[in-house]
Design a protein. Structure first.
Length: 204
């Protein structure tokens, strides 16, 4: 972080508010944002890549977000200290307008979640087994999000919002909720896999 670069808050809602301040047409650099958030950068990474789940974007964008979520899970699995991004992605600009739209749509949820979250049960972020569970669930959720399934953006987005909050604020209790929701979502997709496959064939 440079000397004239403002530090980012560790509250997720305050983080979103700060990033959304300024010219809506301005762009933020993906890599620099992650660098400035140090050890909690994986939570910020998730927060940024799930934005398409909450703002209107062309069909198929979820596949990109899903691949990036899976990438987060793989990097956590290999115990990287901060997210690794290829240069073309690290240099990719993020429009502040997208953050403003996300803030406006999710402000009530962000405020409620912030009141409920705080650092607790932090061993779940360091214990090898718990770390592996979080990583593998993120990989599975990322792969599922990448599938062309109807009406899944908001459910996946809300689950990933739990993970992002938990990682940023080191709230182990919220992380457990994310585990439960993630396992439930994956089980539902697996249970209805035949119907979803038939729908995909009709779509194509």
């Amino acid at each position: 972080m440079t000397a004239n670069q403002p530090s980012l808050p560790h509250s997720t809602r305050a983080l979103v508010e700060q990033l959304a301040q300024g010219d809506p047409d301005a762009s933020l650099n993906f890599g620099e944002l992650l660098d400035s958030f140090s050890e909690r950068a994986f939570g910020l990474f998730l927060l940024l890549v799930m934005l398409p789940c909450f703002i209107p974007l062309p069909f198929g964008v979820g596949s990109i977000s899903g691949a990036l979520v899976a990438l987060v899970g793989l990097q956590l699995l290999f115990r990287l200290h901060r997210p690794w991004l290829p240069q073309f992605l690290a240099r990719r600009p993020i429009r502040r307008r997208s953050l403003i739209q996300f803030r406006d749509r999710m402000s009530r949820w962000l405020e409620r979640l912030e009141r409920l979250t705080r650092p607790r049960n932090e061993i779940l972020f360091d214990h090898p087994l718990a770390h592996a569970i979080t990583s593998l669930l993120l990989v599975a959720l990322g792969i599922s999000l990448a599938l062309p399934l109807p009406l899944t953006n908001y459910p996946f987005g809300l689950i990933l919002l739990c993970y992002a909050f938990a990682l940023i604020e080191r709230d182990g209790r919220l992380l457990i909720i994310g585990w439960i929701l993630g396992m439930t979502e994956i089980a539902l997709i697996a249970g209805f896999s035949a119907e979803l496959t038939e729908w995909a064939h009709r779509l194509l």
